[in-house]
Design a protein around this ligand. Structure first.
Ligand code: SAM
Length: 619
């Protein structure tokens, strides 16, 4: 038996005396346990929902080792105490047939002599595997291995089961053991290649499949795998992706997990004064350059989760998370539990007060730390091809993009295709420039931005924040903007009658910007409204005038390629078309395409596919 590192060395060996009760509300499991002295306690395991629910290893009679057990009062009256476990790596399942381990723990009374033969154990495991009960199959393969420790077949089968469980690093080790025990060469090489592919080590995977095909050139499955690897290597080396395919699949259902490689372009992690770490460019790059592509370490979609009653209290922010954010934390824990070899990569991310240089004992998955990491680094992906954040409700963790710091006036954009994030430069950048983007909505008033950034524990010092902070007309302006919701209701009732009020509001807001001709972002709130009312009341020319004005506000560095301007240009294109000014319509649409291309890297064919109506104007 192998017990991964124990924090301080205390552990409790116990046996479940009931079948586990699985509580979707608490994302946990509770059961009664007894120790070796027949003392009974209640045990709750938090964050165990996903893997355990699918398996039967928690049946009555299971032997467990609990590392660093601690007691917690179950209710306010402090009558009942429970043993509570928060991190899945703090529980180790013990096989009742492991004589030496149980003897060492003074628990030989729980030892059960193995009464099945190697063949029987192997056959049971194979049957379980066929039924996709991988966890349990693993237990029986372990039993078989105890009887025949050099059985290459069992190592090979274990590798297969582990691949099925997504535990790729362990699968690779198993396949290696099969190799050293003289396992079937074709199968061994295939499993080594598959496991390496799961580890996203494309070169290693290529090595195994190439070798396999040298000896067994007719292996059709290996030929397929080799093709896939070549595509991955091309993606990783040149950043070449089939965007059309990704777009079609990701936005069909607003959901998707994709088999593509990461791409690390001209970027590197660096120390940034007063910000911890950050991402900088390693050479001069023009706007529109693809900087990096990253597959989510984990991504949770709201529609995927089955825990509608979750209580998502965040211990760090002391606020309620959304359900999907809470499940993202738990799924990240589970993903790490499957491949603890990736712990370092994740623990290097900013986690508030946690020291990121801390030594991490192998195999330890610390839920508290992962909660911190997710709180500071998780993204809620959106559809960057629409002028709305509707449609996708998800939360996920992407490792390299997590190093990007905030600026309200960012110089990079992100595009999501399911669990794939692509990052583009939207300004020309010089070697060593820091890549930044906005953590909050640019349209938020200054004070709201400050409030939202408090979650991340810093104050933004970008040019917009400096201007807003010292702007003597800030309060007056925000007070005026408070009238918008009421005006919107009136517009819906009678646009014509409300038009003068909207014009008056625009003029008043403009007055508050009289002393400041830079970054008049908040003016967009009312110019957009006015353009809309002009359109509703058939004053197309005037609407266009206001839209031109709005575009000028957006044409400043730092906001030019923020998400709004291409949609404004498309809207203008449509207005010009109605007015039969096709030349201007064309210019607007081409301009919209140029801006979207810089932010997302799409070509005109894909642009046409996404915005067919707009493209009809110019084709
Ligand atoms: C997603 S992480 C970004 C990478 C992080 N700086 C690091 O060291 O790994 C978010 C954290 O970075 C820091 N940060 C981001 N933008 C910042 C800024 N403009 N000024 C100061 N700190 C910033 C804050 O500590 C924030 O909670």
């Amino acid at each position: 038996m192998q017990i991964p590192m124990i924090h301080k060395g205390y552990y409790l060996l116990c046996r479940t005396i009931t079948d586990a009760y699985i509580s979707p509300k608490l994302m946990g499991i509770s059961t009664l346990i007894e120790d070796i002295n027949d003392e009974i306690e209640e045990l709750t395991l938090q964050n165990f929902h996903f893997d355990i629910n699918k398996t039967s290893i928690f049946k009555k009679g299971a032997l467990l080792i609990i590392k660093e057990p601690y007691l917690q009062y179950e209710s306010e009256d402090k009558k009942n105490v429970i043993i509570r476990v928060d991190s899945p790596s703090d529980v180790v399942f013990v096989d009742e047939t492991e004589h030496d381990s149980l003897r060492n723990a003074n628990a030989l009374c729980w030892y059960k002599k193995l009464s099945i033969s190697f063949e029987e154990a192997k056959n049971i495991a194979n049957d379980l595997f066929k039924k996709c009960d991988y966890e349990k199959a693993l237990i029986y393969y372990n039993r078989a291995l105890e009887l025949e420790p050099n059985s290459a077949v069992i190592y090979l089968n274990r590798a297969l089961v582990l691949i099925g469980l997504g535990r790729y690093y362990e699968a690779y080790e198993e396949a290696k053991k099969a190799e050293s025990n003289g396992g079937d060469e074709e199968k061994t090489l295939f499993r080594l290649g598959k496991a390496a592919y799961g580890m996203r080590n494309w070169k290693l995977s290529l090595e195994h499949f190439s070798k396999l095909l040298t000896f067994y050139p007719k292996n059709a499955a290996a030929i397929k795998e080799l093709d896939k690897i070549k595509t991955r290597l091309n993606e990783a080396q040149f950043g070449k992706y089939d965007l059309r395919k990704l777009y079609d699949e990701a936005y069909k259902n607003n959901i998707g997990y994709f088999d593509v490689a990461d791409y690390v372009g001209p970027v590197e992690v660096a120390d940034i004064p007063n910000k911890g770490k950050g991402l900088v460019v390693t050479r001069d790059v023009p706007r529109g350059t693809l900087l990096l592509v990253s597959k989510a370490f984990n991504l949770t979609y709201d529609q995927d989760r089955n825990n509608s009653h979750l209580i998502p209290y965040n211990m760090l922010t002391k606020e309620m998370d959304t359900g999907v954010e809470a499940v993202n934390i738990l799924e990240t824990v589970q993903a790490l539990k499957r491949n603890p070899q990736r712990t370092r990569e994740l623990y290097d991310l900013y986690a508030g007060d946690c020291n990121r240089d801390e030594e991490i004992p192998e195999g330890v998955v610390d839920v508290g730390r992962i909660e911190n990491i997710c709180t500071f680094n998780a993204f809620m992906p959106g559809n960057m091809f629409e002028n709305t954040s509707m449609g996708i409700f998800a939360a996920g963790l992407w490792v390299l993009p997590s190093y990007i710091n905030h600026s309200c006036l960012g110089n990079a954009s992100r595009v999501f295709y399911g669990d794939i994030m692509m990052v583009y430069a939207v300004n020309d950048l010089k070697t060593g420039d820091e890549i930044m983007w906005n953590y909050v909505d640019l349209n938020c008033p200054y004070k709201k931005r400050v409030e939202r950034l408090q979650r991340y524990r810093f104050t933004c010092n970008c040019q917009l924040c400096e201007l807003d902070r010292t702007d003597p007309h800030y309060e007056e302006r925000e007070e005026l903007l408070q009238k918008i919701p009421q005006l919107k209701t009136k517009i819906a009732e009678n646009p014509k009658k409300t038009l003068p009020n909207v014009i008056s509001l625009v003029n008043q807001v403009k007055q508050t910007f009289k002393h400041r001709n830079k970054l008049q972002v908040r003016l967009l709130q009312v110019t957009g409204l006015l353009a809309g009312v002009y359109q509703m009341t058939d004053h197309l020319e005037k609407s266009l005038q206001v839209q031109e004005e709005t575009l000028k506000i957006l044409d400043e560095d730092g906001i030019k390629y923020q998400y709004y301007s291409p949609f404004l240009l498309m809207q203008m294109g449509k207005c010009y078309e109605i007015m039969c000014n096709f030349d201007m319509a064309r210019i607007c649409v081409i301009n919209a395409f140029e801006r979207i291309k810089i932010r997302t890297g799409i070509d005109y064919d894909l642009f046409k596919r996404i915005y067919p109506d707009v493209c009809n104007i110019i084709d």
